[in-house]
Design a protein around this ligand. Structure first.
Ligand SMILES: Nc1ncnc2c1ncn2[C@@H]1O[C@H](COP(=O)(O)OP(=O)(O)OP(=O)(O)O)[C@@H](O)[C@H]1O
Ligand SMILES: [Mg+2]
Length: 257
């Protein structure tokens, strides 16, 4: 239950690039425990919406509240390092020379120790901190099914496996909200299943809410309780995945008739 305060509440988000209104006066809220889908044609403003929400791009207007706190003026670094709201990029980013476990430990170290350690009840002292991070990393490596390759350099693994590393890294600081930009792009059906299950696990067992940009409609249907459709920067419609798919305007603008 949300208790009335959304995880994320955005009002009037707008961003233009020259004459292009990439995002045009969009409102969006995510309830606690919700998995919200964000879909729409190429160039409809989905990634720009993420950029503006996470401080990567400065919006022309709009208010961003995270768990009731106004973070509209926060920098990209402040939002990222705090570890409450995290995002992935369309392009996967991992430390290629480090092994899988080291990737997760480093990710954990980049965030404030407080959040991670409170999960494990570990006190001060660097060794204890790193031990806690290692234990947490191992759990998450199992969760995404990378135990067999935990000590291989990330750069030697497939693109799909690297996506799993990135995803597991994002769970390290115990975030409240994860924003995923096309998590299924370029990965095979079996791994898609694994990523879907992992998102569901993180959602149900770890209490992480999600905002997911995804072109794979089957994935959107199986994961999301609600979906927002963007078209040319504006919200075209909103509803359950089934409602949205049945909408004539969505079919015309996005799904191809
Ligand atoms: N940094 C930028 N500079 C100039 N124009 C940009 C920039 N970022 C995005 N745009 C423009 O804003 C519009 C929205 O782009 P955006 O990447 O947000 O779309 P998208 O919905 O994520 O598309 P896709 O599904 O292809 O990833 C496009 O017209 C794009 O060219
Ligand atoms: Mg995009």
């Amino acid at each position: 239950m949300s208790g009335g305060v959304s995880v994320l509440d955005i009002k009037g988000m707008s961003k233009s690039y020259g004459a292009v209104k990439a995002v045009d006066d969009v409102d969006l809220h995510i309830d606690h425990g919700e998995i919200l889908g964000l879909i729409g044609p190429n160039g409809s403003g989905k990634s720009t919406f993420f950029d503006c929400t996470t401080g990567l791009a400065r919006p022309d207007g709009g208010k961003v509240s995270l768990e009731g706190q106004d973070i509209s003026d926060w920098s990209l670094n402040r939002i990222a390092r705090e570890g409450r709201m995290l995002r992935s990029f369309q392009k996967t980013v991992v430390f290629k020379k480090l092994n899988v476990e080291e990737n997760l430990v480093i990710a954990g170290q980049m965030f404030t120790f407080g959040g991670v350690l409170s999960t494990f009840g570990i006190g001060r002292g660097t060794r204890a901190k790193v031990k806690g991070l290692r234990e947490h990393a191992r759990e998450l490596i199992s969760l995404v099914g990378l135990d067999q390759v935990a000590h291989m350099p990330a750069g030697n693994l497939s693109g799909g496996q690297q996506k799993l590393i990135q995803f597991a890294s994002m769970l390290m600081p115990d975030p409240r909200l994860i924003m995923l930009d096309e998590p299924m792009a370029g990965i095979n059906p079996k791994l898609i299943e694994r990523v879907v299950e992992t998102i569901q696990y993180a959602n149900q067992k770890m209490g992480v809410s999600f905002l997911i940009i995804e072109h794979n409609i089957d994935v959107v249907t199986s994961l999301c309780s609600r979906t927002i459709v963007l078209d040319r920067g504006r919200k075209l419609c909103e509803g359950t995945p089934a409602q949205v798919i049945a909408n004539d305007q969505v079919r015309e603008a996005y799904l191809g008739g």
